[in-house]
Design a protein around this ligand. Sequence first.
Ligand SMILES: C[S@@+](CC[C@H](N)C(=O)[O-])C[C@H]1O[C@@H](n2cnc3c(N)ncnc32)[C@H](O)[C@@H]1O
Length: 391
Amino acid sequence: MNISAAPGSGSNSSSSATAPFSAPIDVSGIDVVVLGGGRGAHRVVPSLVDAGASVTIVAADVRATLEELPGGVRVHRDTWSDSVLEGAGLLVVTGDEPAIEGAEAGAFPEAIVAAVRSARIPVARADAELRNGGDGSVGVAEELKGTVALVGGGPGDDGMLTLRGRELLMQADVIIADRLAPQRVLADVPAGTEIIDAAKIPYGRQMAQQAINEAMIEHAKAGKFVVRFKGGDNFLFGRGYEEALALAEHSIPTFVVPGVTSAFAGPALGGVTVTHRGVTHEVTVISGHVPPGHEKSLVNWPAVAAMRGTVVLLMAVKNGPAIADALIEGGRPADTPVSIIESASLSTERRVDATLASLREVMAAENVVPPAIIVIGEVAGLPQVLAPDRL
Ligand SMILES: C[S@@+](CC[C@H](N)C(=O)[O-])C[C@H]1O[C@@H](n2cnc3c(N)ncnc32)[C@H](O)[C@@H]1O
């Protein structure tokens, strides 16, 4: 993890709290308090959560993506109070909390120094060291300036981001990142990179698409290299083409780096193949964000029900049961196997099995939450022969 630790524990000199040393820290199972909820926190909190830490963010303003991280973080919205450190095993100072003046400059405020000394816990600082320079600057290739790359991040684990996608992220001046994009990789980008949180959370806070487009246009016109970073593949229910059109209107050169889509990675990680020789010759990928019969639905559900192959539903946690009803009504056998893969590739990944008939009951009983892929068809009933990846 890209953080460095300062020996605040039991230290008697204030200089030790301001002189970080690089050291790997095992944070698994540890209560970690993070000061700040902005850019610096965005760089380290996903890695901390992923590494098994129990994270409390102390900040008046916290990026929505961090609050909604699978696995969860607690947020303490007040400014500093010594009680925050009770039970904590590590304090991380990110330098992006205005209420905690001095942290960014490298000197911890007196109150924190005193509290850390009496609590005797280690202190770490979000690392400002860079792979791409060392001074916080970003090295952007000349031909990328003023352009936008639409980069697909894969299902969520940064190991499933493409090499090209990672390469471009490391060069970006500005990254506009969605919640479902792999957050952990953001810990590795140069400190000078601006990270904008688009926080597209279902039924929750959203940065309007218009605002995202405007941000891309404004930064590209200023000569910056912008990466629009999304989960999965930008062109599968990712508004990628919509964004490309908006950029084209402003003559901004735009290119795409395809990502591993959750539509196929999700089932595969859950041990479900979407095709199998002799079983199915077709896969239909459908958005379930509106239910059958909805005035905005563009799906011919009777036609889907009449097909025999695999159906993969995205954005269907809310409407999955209504879709199952429509498929049964359209002639699909009620005992057709269904698998739900929740949070594919993330530490909270799980697979839940049902049938079309039992889907409503099973999803409620298992409290299935987004993001999840629902796979319908005989393939979901094949024997499970794959071992889980040790990510
Ligand atoms: C707006 S769509 C974006 C899909 C994305 N462009 C892709 O190619 O994966 C969001 C939906 O993708 C699915 N999804 C994305 N990441 C997922 C994950 N890690 N596990 C399960 N489903 C996921 C869920 O169905 C979620 O509601």
